[in-house]
Design a binder for this molecule. Structure first.
Ligand code: FUB
Length: 307
């Protein structure tokens, strides 16, 4: 059957795993979630944490994609993208983000550049949310030498793309300093200058979304990382800091959030190091909890649930 074309998870008799509790994926370590809604399904993208137990340091050689019609039953699809699909990269499947535009799916992904020292952001494209994805440029979209305000090799990471109601696309990214730039309609070239947003204790992992006419920029705050957010009336700011959205999530020094609306509910998707006995900062697991807004548009602090 067509459903069997997808790779089986956990129970070989099914193509799906049921997840009524966190973490939602337990047969693999998954980190840095991004998600989109397409044709009544959620597509969840994550990096695959493959570091051996008790070993410090990221081992991330591919990204994964899961889909769900109901946020409970998750189907894992064949590996859609890996750093080796970017010929100019030497590896490291760090945080990424997928967006849909005009029937195509664009995947913005952090990897290590093999010639320009440091991390870089590439973009891959597919006709399907589950891939396969192909390098859309043949070169990096963002490289470590394009911003010089932070002297670390991983300051140009963690892309998040937002398409406003007027069709203009923006890419946000960064570690220590949050940057953004317009994207051209082709989604594969920056358009205009790279700008900076001042946010208290910005570490990394920006995510921009719009809800009832207001703009939200959430991000990883301090280190170890909580999630904080700011709000604005315009995508160009000014951004007003609104405080902590999610506290430290158990057993992981990083966090990385995605925020979506699906079938009438809002969801906060993140990771923790919650799988025992070996989960931790380099063996993380994607979790999902409900997100609620206050009447004034601010977001209520997330209540993290585990089994
Ligand atoms: O997973 C590798 C890096 O750790 C990501 O790019 C950051 O957001 C942090 O989660």
């Amino acid at each position: 059957s067509p459903a069997m074309a997808s790779k089986t998870i956990i129970n070989p008799a099914d193509t799906t795993v049921k997840a009524n509790s966190n973490p939602i994926i337990t047969h693999k370590y998954t980190a840095d979630p991004a998600a989109i809604v397409h044709k009544d399904k959620v597509y969840l993208y994550a990096g695959h944490d493959e570091a051996p137990a008790r070993r410090e340091g990221y081992v991330m050689n591919e990204w994964l994609v899961f889909s769900s019609p109901d946020m409970v039953n998750w189907t894992e699809h064949a590996v859609p993208l890996a750093p080796k699909d970017f010929a100019w990269s030497s590896g490291d499947a760090w945080a990424s983000h997928v967006v849909e535009r005009n029937g195509k799916f664009y995947w913005y992904a952090t990897v290590t550049h093999k010639d320009i020292p440091g991390k870089a952001v590439g973009v891959a494209v597919s006709d399907s949310p589950t891939g396969p994805f192909k390098d859309a440029r043949g070169s990096a979209l963002i490289t470590n030498d394009m911003t010089t305000d932070v002297d670390i090799s991983w300051d140009d990471i963690d892309p998040a793309v937002f398409i406003d109601d007027d069709g203009q696309a923006y890419i946000f990214w960064g570690n220590t300093v949050c940057h953004y730039a317009k994207l051209k309609d082709n989604m594969t070239e920056l358009d205009g200058p790279i700008k900076t947003i001042k946010l208290p204790n910005f570490t990394e992992a920006p995510w921009v979304h719009k809800h009832k006419g207001k703009y939200y920029l959430s991000y990883a705050y301090q280190f170890p990382e909580k999630t904080a957010y700011a709000m604005s009336r315009s995508i160009e700011g000014p951004w007003e800091y609104k405080g902590i959205l999610n506290e430290l999530a158990g057993n992981s020094n990083t966090n990385h959030q995605a925020i979506i609306d699906f079938k009438g509910n809002s969801y906060f998707i993140y990771h923790n190091g919650g799988i025992q006995p070996d989960g931790g900062s380099f063996r993380r697991s994607v979790c999902i909890d409900r997100l609620y807004y206050n009447k004034d548009g601010s977001m209520k602090r997330v209540v993290m649930t585990t089994e």
